[in-house]
Design a protein around this ligand. Structure first.
Ligand SMILES: Nc1ncnc2c1ncn2[C@@H]1O[C@H](COP(=O)(O)OP(=O)(O)OP(=O)(O)O)[C@@H](O)[C@H]1O
Ligand SMILES: [Mg+2]
Length: 362
């Protein structure tokens, strides 16, 4: 055992986690190193290439929706993923849960390699990993009552002792997410968007997961309702000690809920670090562009522009080097358009990482 160092800075403590992306630091699944706190989730070089038939003479081309993405999420931590439309955020969430099969890479959840285990083993872990999707208008079965929707997982995993217990659990979840108990007999179309999303959250939490993916959970809602739902999610995260991946194209939302932020661009993580560090330093030119696109607090948030992948860049044939080259104020021709930058520490033992040859320095 090493003695705890009372002078250790935050950065020193965090060093236990730096480099987890590298192959050498791959967690030992069968012999965990007790001195090094294990993260709940490790995502390693996750890649998803969709075959498409849009190529020359309809030959199959590959669209790299996700390209070698690596990160970890510690127990009870919220990692926010922000990026423009089509940057691969939803693909990332789906590949982690194996709702979409990744092409390459590894996902380790609480010591279990999800990309290597059998379907039946995966089924056993499914209860512990839940997802809330963007659109409550399509994610809830219109033919089911709210009560049956909330109890879906309770039924699948046999978590109720009987009918009465099931009803009590549903009533308890309705109350916990701020819905009246009487709503259990209604159908989704009778509910507002905010109420539907509360039902989706109750359904996810009713199976007592450890890990929750929230994929744009507030994007389809009115601004006033967004804030209420975000506050509810914050309370639930604290109450149940949830570990979360929070996906959004809205930097302000991600900033509000996340302990750390990862910025995605064209299927790659281009910046990753503690929220305060990313907000203060905005090292990657794409991150900086996202911040510069934020309207002032007084401006209506609905007017928030979305910085997407750029129209002139084709995801089927991503440009060589850095995908942000054509738009980057710091670009160095001959290097940035040739060599693809990898996510690297900005200083020795720093957890703030950027994939850029010429990041901002102030
Ligand atoms: N099933 C699929 N088949 C082929 N291509 C797909 C498929 N799903 C996603 N893609 C493509 O992969 C890329 C990433 O898509 P994804 O939905 O993950 O992005 P996103 O960041 O979630 O975008 P948004 O903010 O619009 O939700 C896009 O170019 C998309 O067109
Ligand atoms: Mg998406």
């Amino acid at each position: 055992m090493t003695k705890p160092n009372p002078d250790a800075t935050d950065a020193d403590k965090d060093d236990e986690f730096t480099g987890v992306e590298s192959e050498e630091r791959t967690p030992k699944l069968d012999a965990p190193d007790r001195r090094r706190p294990q993260a709940l989730l490790y995502v390693q070089k996750l890649t998803k290439a969709y075959p498409t038939n849009r190529g020359f003479f309809r030959s199959t081309e590959l669209l790299h929706a996700l390209n070698g993405v690596s990160f970890y999420i510690r127990h009870k931590e919220t990692l926010g993923i922000v990026g423009g439309s089509g940057s691969g955020k939803s693909t990332l969430g789906r590949c982690i849960l194996r709702l979409t099969e990744p092409t390459l890479g590894r996902v380790v959840f609480d010591g279990n390699d999800l990309t290597a285990i059998s379907a039946s083993e995966l089924r056993g872990l499914r209860r512990r990993m839940q997802i809330v999707l963007q659109n409550p208008y399509t994610s809830l079965d219109p033919h089911m009552t709210v009560g049956d929707i909330i109890a879906e997982g309770i039924d699948i995993f046999g978590l109720a002792a009987g009918r009465k217990d099931r009803e009590e659990q549903v009533a308890g979840w309705c109350a916990r997410v701020g819905l009246s108990e009487s709503i259990a007999t209604r159908h989704p179309h009778e509910l507002s968007g905010g109420q539907r999303q509360r039902v989706a959250v109750a359904r996810a939490l009713a199976v007592k997961p450890d890990f929750l993916i929230l994929d744009e959970p507030t994007s389809a809602l009115d601004v006033s309702v967004q804030a209420q739902l975000l506050n509810l999610l914050q309370d639930l995260q604290a109450e149940f000690g949830l570990t979360q991946l929070f996906i959004s194209h809205d930097l302000r939302t991600v900033q509000y809920v996340s302990d750390r932020i990862g910025v995605m661009h064209f299927g790659r993580l281009v910046e990753l670090g503690r929220t305060a560090d990313v907000v203060a330093r905005r090292l990657h030119p794409y991150t900086r562009a996202l911040f510069e696109a934020l309207p002032s607090l007084e401006t209506n948030r609905r007017a928030l522009p979305v910085i997407g992948n750029h129209d002139d860049a084709n995801p089927l044939a991503p440009p060589a080097g850095c995908a942000y080259f054509a738009h980057c104020p710091n670009a160095e021709p001959g290097r940035c358009d040739v060599e693809t930058p990898v996510l690297s520490e900005t200083a020795p033992r720093s957890r703030h990482r950027v994939a850029c040859w010429h990041p901002f320095t102030n």
